[in-house]
Design a protein around this ligand. Structure first.
Ligand code: SF4
Length: 642
């Protein structure tokens, strides 16, 4: 056992060097050669109370933000964080998180991405990076730490007019040529430049997809971040204990069937599984099955698989690379799509052609569009057309008649779907309306169209129909980032997990405490930025042990301390939203979930959410919130947040 090492003035163990805050209007950054900038350790209490990753992200974002700031105003901070285990031998912890106030929802934005970029930030000495202000013209921010001295990081804002309009892959090609292969790049595509409200930040072909984090980057006139890391190692505070934990975990993981399954097919088998359990949303959540759906099962994608891709240091290598060899989409390829994108660009819009979905997925990656929000926006439009609610007259002056009439708004028409993706990214014709997201689009259109807008807090819903698993579904409603399945995935309902207790997916009540449990557990995992797909054979004692041995902070090895830390993060995120005016009225799902029973959903046929208010009350009680969903003074006191 190592002794507890007090943090500060430097950071202990495998933290990188601290937090780097940059204003994009700092004239020193615009000087040729940039300016020397040094990350600084956060306040001492942050290490014990928030650990790092998402914990530091929400703490820092809360401190840097002024309530009521327009998400697209220069003052809205854009925060990037890495985790304390990132860029170490621990496998599956090198992802990175972006946090800001979302231009899509007005609530907290939290978006996670993989690849090498998080490790590069850490090697450059950066645990967290906050950007405020906006560049005067389209620019690239270069963080050059290649000199190796932690105090010698140079930050330079370089005008990048030549990159305007380039897609994410072209942008990276140009920048890699300019800055060399050691550079790691995170950039936006045309969607981010055009302020599509669900634009992504892309690194390689990985994306921080959700909540419009790329839109905020676009509002700052920032086309790309280029990090040039030095050759460096991060040393655990207790190397022997850390090595033992990591080696033992790998031995357990490599014989676990999930490890091989994730490597073989990633999340693609979920299409078949979710259909089988009656939770697949089809045609904008109207039904749960579709002729030809078997075309999207695992074998079809395996026939086009050409390789695997991994994030930094990950043994799971879940990324599935596909190339289309035959037919009208021959030559198209994608790293992915994973299940959510197969769904959003497939069954959600009535499409069952895997080659067309690969083409649409890659197009979203290139344009910098979130596949989930894009698919749900298109599904929304298709349903409006199906019901005769959209056309030149209904869209008034906002949408040119040609834009509507020139498209055959038919479910599953691949050419229309691809064209709509391009129109969204360029805000052309009806794409301009869809670029606002379903909630704003319905507000603009009026005429009852909001009934068909499938979102929670303005964030488009993901691939599991809430009516088929009610803890999972109501989890979208109470998530502090809106309709996300990754804020507190209910494995108890979807995969029969027994911890903290088994759940009947169809039961109408007694769900709220498990929703809270899942959110807290996820918050703990994301202080380390553990990947959801690389967590095979990992449990909380392993996470606590690795945290303690890498940081040397004894408290971080204590399970009760860790649980309280997770609760603190979820509650601070709720407070962030309360400060922006959110309350119980925003913890809602689309009306369809309460009034329209599931159709053709196998075991879930006839299911709907019967007791949303009971589940809300249970959830609030579990977390110590009042009946409006606001943390009580006693809760804030208990968590050290008052
Ligand atoms: S499991 Fe997949 S997404 Fe997760 S870290 Fe590994 S390669 Fe990246």
């Amino acid at each position: 056992m190592s002794a507890s090492i007090p943090p500060g003035p430097g950071l202990p163990g495998t933290y990188a060097g601290g937090l780097l805050a940059l204003s994009l209007i700092d004239p020193d950054l615009a000087r040729t050669g940039g300016a020397r900038r040094e990350p600084a350790p956060p306040p001492e209490s942050w290490v014990r109370d928030y650990a790092g990753g998402r914990g530091w992200g929400i703490r820092w974002l809360t401190d840097l933000s002024t309530p009521g700031t327009d998400p697209l105003a220069p003052q809205n901070p854009l925060v990037f964080v890495t985790g304390p285990l990132g860029a170490t031998k621990a496998r599956g912890f090198s992802r990175w998180i972006v946090m800001t106030r979302s231009p899509l929802t007005g609530a907290l934005a939290r978006s996670v991405c993989g690849g090498d970029f998080g490790a590069a930030l850490k090697f450059a000495g950066i645990d967290g990076l906050a950007l405020t202000g906006a560049a005067a013209e389209l620019s690239v921010l270069v963080l050059d730490a290649s000199a190796g001295d932690p105090g010698a990081l140079r930050a330079e804002l370089v005008p990048a007019g030549e990159l305007q309009g380039l897609d994410t892959q072209e942008t990276q090609r140009v920048l890699l040529k300019k800055y060399g292969d050691a550079a790691k790049i995170a950039c936006i595509g045309p969607a981010g430049e055009n302020l599509v409200r669900y634009a992504t930040i892309t690194h390689g072909t990985r994306t921080a997809s959700r909540c419009g984090v790329g839109t905020v980057m676009g509002s700052k006139n920032l086309k790309a971040l280029v990090v040039i890391p030095p050759r460096r190692r991060l040393e655990a505070a207790d190397p022997a204990a850390f090595e033992t934990l990591v080696r033992d975990h790998y031995e357990r993981m490599k014989v676990h069937p999930r490890f091989a399954n994730m490597r073989t097919a990633g999340t693609i088998p979920m299409t078949e599984k979710v259909h089988y359990i009656g939770m697949l949303s089809v045609k904008n959540f109207q039904t749960a099955t579709l002729p030809g759906l078997e075309n999207l099962y695992t074998d079809a994608f395996q026939a086009m698989k050409t390789g695997n891709h991994a994030c930094w240091g990950c043994a799971t290598r879940c990324g599935q690379v596909h190339h289309v060899r035959f037919g009208p989409f021959a030559g198209e390829w994608s790293e992915g799509p994973e299940y959510e994108s197969v769904w959003a660009l497939g069954p959600e819009v009535g499409l069952v052609d895997p080659a067309a979905i690969i083409a649409a997925d890659h197009l979203c990656d290139r344009l910098g569009l979130d596949t989930i929000s894009s698919g749900v926006c298109i599904g929304f439009l298709f349903e409006l057309a199906q019901r005769g609610l959209v056309g030149p007259a209904e869209t008034g002056g906002l949408v040119s008649p040609e834009a509507v009439l020139g498209l055959d708004l038919a479910w599953g028409d691949a050419a229309t779907i691809l064209e709509l993706l391009r129109m969204i990214a360029s805000r052309e014709g009806i794409g301009d309306l869809l670029a606002e997201g379903t909630r704003r689009a319905a507000e603009t259109l009026g005429g009852g169209t909001d009934h068909y807008a499938m979102h929670a807090k303005g964030l488009e819903l993901p691939a599991y129909d809430p009516r088929g698993a009610k803890a999972h579904g109501m989890g979208y409603a109470v998530s502090n980032i809106g309709g996300s399945h990754m804020y507190g995935y209910a494995r108890q309902e979807i995969s029969a997990y027994q911890e903290p207790r088994p759940l009947d997916p169809q039961a109408d009540t007694e769900k709220g405490d498990v929703i809270a449990w899942n959110q807290i557990r996820k918050a703990i995992e994301e202080t380390l930025i553990l990947c959801n797909f690389a967590d095979t054979a990992m449990d909380l004692p392993f996470l606590a042990g690795t945290l303690r041995s890498t940081t040397g902070i004894e408290e971080l090895g204590d399970l009760d301390h860790l649980w309280l830390l997770g609760e603190r993060i979820v509650t601070l995120e709720r407070q962030f939203n309360v400060r922006e005016g959110f309350s119980r009225a925003d913890d809602r799902l689309p009306e369809r979930m309460f009034t329209e029973p599931l159709v053709d959903a196998g075991p879930n046929t006839g299911e709907f959410i019967r007791e949303p208010d009971t589940i809300l009350d249970e959830y609030y009680a579990a977390l110590g919130y009042d009946d409006q969903g606001r943390p009580t003074p006693a809760t804030l006191e208990r968590l050290g947040l008052s």
